[in-house]
Design a protein around this ligand. Structure first.
Ligand code: GAL
Length: 822
């Protein structure tokens, strides 16, 4: 929502003159605007400096030679990749290692370590006496120390969390205000790429002294029924002699009901509002209501806040497991790290939306934010698009995994970190569970059990409506210590062999697969012979896409499917991971160059790997899936055994090589794989056409699919996920680039170096090919194809108009695509 009003004037220097710019700011979607409250994002014209500076907190500090950036910003994503960055000589205990070895690329080999400064100068045009000024950070990586007009006003250690600071006493009405933020990233502080800088939004909130508190509205739905639901709204306020009017709007913005109250309990109003003909929220029907809360003193409107919410019930019970709105279901979930591949950690709504669109098509209905607080934007999208959410907090408690990890702050900060996680997010219907931690080493020892209880009690105190889990890897130990028994939801990470025992020993009566699979693959890369292997390594530092390789501690997707399908008490799974992420290049932790993960169902560029279709064949109940692998360009393998797999929701299919039948395969219970995949293990390669014909349950032909041996690469082909962008300077089109032969047949092994040029009302933002070993920077307009593909990110300008992306490559016919900023 744009309130059409500006509360800021920003001074920028251009051609030697100062211009006063009246900037139009976006107001976040859920904070309404009244005369008395405004909320703006501080996005443009930040000054940034990478390094130490003891004077930069001063108001009068001269930052004119600093780089101008916009926020969200990740200072490290442009690289260059460097093997020496954050090189860790460690034994990764979670991986069962006992001897330290050199780990390069563990945190992405990008320059995130060290200090950084951000400064922003602005005016607050509507600041009058009796107003309060708050600055809210949705995350700042990391250890933010915040200065306002030369004074330190706040600090927070955990880079992933939200916090806000009241700067009223220092705010100036008719003069420049200077916000300065110091950040510090320590080496060996993470097990993955954390990003660096003001990677999420910064909000400026101006409101009346008599007003609704920040995060002061809490909405629950204690009685849910399609005929009539009870919506409980608690509103914390500051002020006296006030009255609260709450209006509930439906998804079209029409009033459903309105209620006024003067009854205040301490500083909190409580309303119980009946909503007739309730439309329930679920992943399939993500229906959202909005509560507009208005605070009046006499007839004067003092404040107004809009809060979106959903009406839904969740229950976790022995016997029925998990139910949403009274209907039993199992989580078809994925774990996601927070980075957005070539954009790094800098949050971007278009990028998040694209991820969720891809996952929706796969049939995924749940996300776990591993292993920290999700961005507000991701939660808003999950509310809107229909994903359930497991919101996690920590990867470490008091015992370390990495030398400078969260254990440094746990004792001092854990409570306030949990409080902010819950208070900032509790109204999102998508959140169905909190997670207090992931594989914390505190699973060992009596102190750890106490910490687990302490944290769970904190979550319950802050939110009595949602259960708490911990992703456990020390399952045997947690069976004995009582750690697992005390959790609301026992979450098992991998350990498929312990599910039965855990179900018997734990008293909850159900088990969650909080982390599953960790199967590794590189998109479009296939290795022979095709055999099941753990920790398999190849000279090219790639993994095979036959989906038969995993880690020591993990397993293949099919092993989880068996548990999900056969055990009514398993309440779902969260696959590690939906997308590849920066850092943690297992199984090549010890090898260079390798700087991003191989675990993703989709690669780092967001392009689906074969495994995507395996999950889709189970999870997407709306549309059929029929997918063949590998590609069929195996010059030199003529006559050699080249197995063919088909991922499909159909029960049986027949495979043909150049018209010759290779037999019919039917899913069967012989092995975990044969239950979920159709596999022809003895196919001999000959160039030509691989065709699969799928049969329905009555034996009738239901669908056909082909893979053809491609000729020489001839022409570049472009495909945009969206052609119409918003002219806001941050919308992004993802253009998939591939090469085809003269007949238009995709060339699956292409590695040509390509160049990108964007003209008009847009810019080249980044490029990514999904190759975990590539050291080409994401931010330069050239890159090699990987397995015949890559993705170019084109960002809209703030002006409306046409955008053209041209892609060229030597001895290839180039291509252009037209987009629009509107
Ligand atoms: C898990 C851990 C994840 C990731 C994964 C890789 O044990 O929770 O963060 O490291 O292993 O398989």
């Amino acid at each position: 929502m744009n309130n059409g009003k500006s509360i800021l004037t920003t001074k920028i220097k251009a051609s030697g003159k100062f211009y006063l710019l009246l900037a139009a700011f976006l107001v976040t979607a859920f904070s309404g605007f009244a005369q008395t409250r405004s909320e703006a994002l501080l996005t443009d014209n930040w000054k940034f400096y990478r390094g130490k500076n003891d004077a930069a907190y001063n108001k009068s500090f001269n930052d004119k030679n600093w780089q101008t950036v916009s926020v969200p910003h990740d200072w490290a994503i442009a690289g260059p990749f460097d093997k020496e960055i954050d090189k860790q000589v460690v034994a990764i205990e979670q991986n069962g290692e006992t001897k330290p070895t050199e780990k390069t690329g563990r945190t992405g080999a990008l320059p995130y370590i060290g200090e950084g400064w951000y400064r922003k100068t602005f005016r607050i045009s509507n600041l009058t006496k009796g107003k309060r000024v708050l600055i809210q950070f949705d995350g700042a990586m990391s250890e933010p120390r915040v200065y306002f007009n030369g004074k330190q006003v706040g600090e927070w250690n955990y880079g992933y969390n939200y916090f806000y600071i009241d700067v009223t006493d220092l705010a100036l009405a008719d003069a420049d205000n200077v916000l300065a933020v110091h950040l510090n990233n320590r080496p060996q502080s993470s097990r993955w790429y954390p990003g660096a800088g003001l990677f999420r939004n910064v909000h400026l909130i101006v409101k009346d002294e008599i007003s609704i508190d920040n995060w002061g509205v809490s909405i629950t739905t204690p009685v849910v029924n399609e005929q009539l639901s009870k919506v409980n709204i608690k509103t914390k306020i500051t002020g006296s002699n006030v009255r609260l009017v709450t209006q509930v709007l439906d998804a079209q913005g029409k009033e459903v009901v309105s209620e006024t109250t003067e009854k205040i309990f301490g500083n909190e109003f409580e309303q119980n509002i009946a909503v007739a003909n309730s439309k329930l929220w679920s992943p399939e029907t993500p229906y959202l209501y909005t509560a507009v809360t208005r605070l009046y003193q006499g007839d004067v409107l003092k404040d107004e806040v809009k809060t979106r919410f959903g009406i839904r019930t969740i229950s976790y019970q022995q016997g029925t497991g998990f139910s949403l709105n009274g209907v039993k279901r199992k989580f078809k979930g994925v774990c996601l790290h927070h980075d957005l591949g070539p954009l790094g950690a800098a949050i971007n709504v278009a990028a998040l939306k694209r991820q969720l669109t891809i996952l929706k098509d796969m049939g995924c209905d749940a996300i776990r934010s591993s292993h920290n607080m999700p961005s507000p934007e991701q939660l808003e999208l999950c509310d809107e698009m229909g994903f359930m959410f497991l919101a996690e907090s920590f990867d470490e408690w008091a015992k370390p995994k990495v030398e400078n990890g969260y254990h440094l702050y746990f004792d001092k900060d854990a409570e306030k970190d949990v409080v902010n996680l819950v208070r900032a997010n509790r109204n999102h219907p998508c959140i169905v569970m909190w997670s207090a931690g992931n594989e914390v080493p505190d699973q060992w020892g009596a102190e750890g059990v106490k910490r687990a209880k302490w944290l769970q009690d904190l979550f319950h105190r802050e939110d009595p409506t949602r259960p708490v889990t911990v992703g456990m890897d020390q399952v045997k130990n947690t069976m004995q210590s009582g750690f697992g028994a005390l959790l609301d939801v026992p979450g098992l990470n991998y350990r498929t062999h312990l599910y039965e025992e855990a179900f018997e020993k734990f008293p909850q009566g159900f088990i969650l697969g909080s982390e599953t699979a960790s199967t590794v693959s590189s998109r479009g890369v296939y290795k022979f012979p095709v055999v099941f292997a753990k920790n398999k390594q190849y000279n090219d530092l790639q993994c095979s896409s036959y989906d038969m390789e995993c880690c020591d501690w993990s397993n293949l997707p099919d092993d989880d499917f068996v548990l999900q399908d056969d055990k009514p008490w398993v309440i779902g799974e969260f696959v590690w991971t939906g997308f590849d992420y920066l850092g943690e290049p297992t199984p090549y932790d010890d090898y260079w160059p390798s700087r991003s993960s191989y675990f993703g169902i989709c690669d780092l560029a967001g392009i689906p790997k074969d495994r995507y279709y395996l999950y889709r064949s189970r999870w997407n109940k709306e549309e059929p899936t029929l997918h063949i692998l590998p590609h069929w360009n195996w010059e030199g393998r003529e006559g050699q055994t080249t197995p063919v797999f088909v991922y499909t929701n159909y029960d049986s299919a027949e495979l043909f090589v150049n018209g010759k039948s290779q037999g019919i395969r039917k899913k069967n219970n012989e092995t975990h794989q044969s239950r979920y995949r159709l596999m022809w293990m003895d196919v001999k390669y000959e160039p030509g056409t691989l065709k699969v014909v799928a049969y329905d349950s009555t034996g009738k032909v239901a669908a056909e699919e082909k893979v053809v041996t491609a000729g020489k690469p001839y022409q570049i082909v472009l495909n945009a996920d969206r052609k119409m962008l918003t002219a806001d300077g941050k919308d992004i089109a993802y253009v998939t680039v591939s090469v085809v032969d003269k007949n238009g047949c995709p060339c699956p092994t292409g590695t040509q170096q390509l160049k990108f040029n964007v003209k008009g009302q847009g810019t080249f933002k980044a490029v990514c090919n999904g190759d975990a070993t590539s050291l080409e920077p994401f931010t330069k307009p050239t890159m090699k194809l990987f397995s015949g593909k890559l993705v170019v990110l084109v960002e809209s300008a703030k002006q409306k108009g046409n955008i053209e992306l041209a892609v060229t490559g030597s001895s290839l016919k180039g291509a252009k695509i037209n987009l629009k900023a509107n």
